[in-house]
Design a protein around this ligand. Structure first.
Ligand SMILES: *Cc1c(COP(=O)(O)O)cnc(C)c1O
Length: 255
């Protein structure tokens, strides 16, 4: 986490450029820009980068590596920030997620959901969760298979210390924007089905988390309500850490 090179004015112009892309994508889709939240993905960037982003008006931050995130939340405890866990959650890492995050977007197994609910501290509001869905990949990819989703939804809704906010997906890059949008559209259909079948006292899920720096337009066209943007805001990540992001089990800090 290197802060010395952080450039506030470069951040502000990057933020304006990202907001312009979101606005243009919403215009093209006939959507209200207020219907798309911007989650700033601050993984590998230090507390000063997050502090500058907060000064520029951002309040919600996404982190992939639990240890790194816990250190950052401690260093930034004076700010009213909303932390989202967007990295893989192993069962031995559920406690710090339950204790330090407002959201966990990558829940894809009941066992993980159950541990998060049990470990959520009583003094905190319920942990907001998204279920990660594998809309494009093979059996080894993270995320629940679409045909198993409704069963997981039912089980997770019974857990007292979680609140299901919606779905999340991280599809692989596609050859062109139309193909990308078609994959995102599968997640949109699952989200629409989830909402259509919803009954009971807990609030209707409102979050479809999809879209990153390279594909936010296709995601917004398909109905994303939350885009997770890292490099377009903060710049390129260090190569070694970018590799770790692609293969999280290789991250030495998670060992
Ligand atoms: C790193 C990451 C992002 C941000 O990716 P960029 O391409 O830098 O915008 C978004 N979502 C997840 C799950 C990530 O791991």
């Amino acid at each position: 986490m290197s802060d010395s090179s952080f450039d506030n004015s470069a951040f502000s112009s990057a933020l304006r450029a990202v907001q312009a892309r979101i606005n243009a994508a919403c215009d093209a889709a006939g959507r209200d820009p207020a219907s798309v939240r911007l989650l700033a993905v601050s993984k590998t960037f230090g507390p000063e980068a997050v502090r500058a982003a907060h000064q520029a008006g951002l309040t919600a931050f996404g982190e992939n590596y639990i240890q790194e995130a816990v250190a950052k939340t401690a260093a930034l405890a004076d700010l009213p920030l909303e932390w989202h866990c967007i990295g893989p959650i192993q069962s031995n890492k559920t406690r710090p997620v339950a204790e330090h995050f407002a959201w966990a977007q990558t829940v894809d197994r009941f066992k993980i959901a159950q541990r998060l609910s049990e470990q959520r501290p009583a003094e905190l509001p319920p942990l907001q969760i998204c279920l990660q869905v594998n809309v494009d990949g093979g059996p080894t990819k993270a995320g629940i298979a679409p045909h198993e989703l409704s069963e997981l939804v039912l089980a997770v809704r019974r857990l007292p210390r979680l609140r299901l906010r919606g779905l999340m997906c991280i599809p692989d890059p596609q050859p062109d924007a139309a193909a990308m949008q078609a994959v995102f559209a599968r997640a949109r259909t699952l989200f629409d089905d989830l909402r259509a079948g919803w009954d009971g006292p807990d609030p209707l899920p409102d979050t479809l988390s999809m879209g990153m720096s390279a594909d936010l337009e296709a995601a917004i066209a398909a109905g994303s309500t939350l885009v997770r943007i890292g490099s377009a805001l903060f710049g390129a990540r260090p190569a070694k850490l970018a590799d770790a992001a692609a293969a999280p089990s290789a991250d030495p800090r998670e060992g």
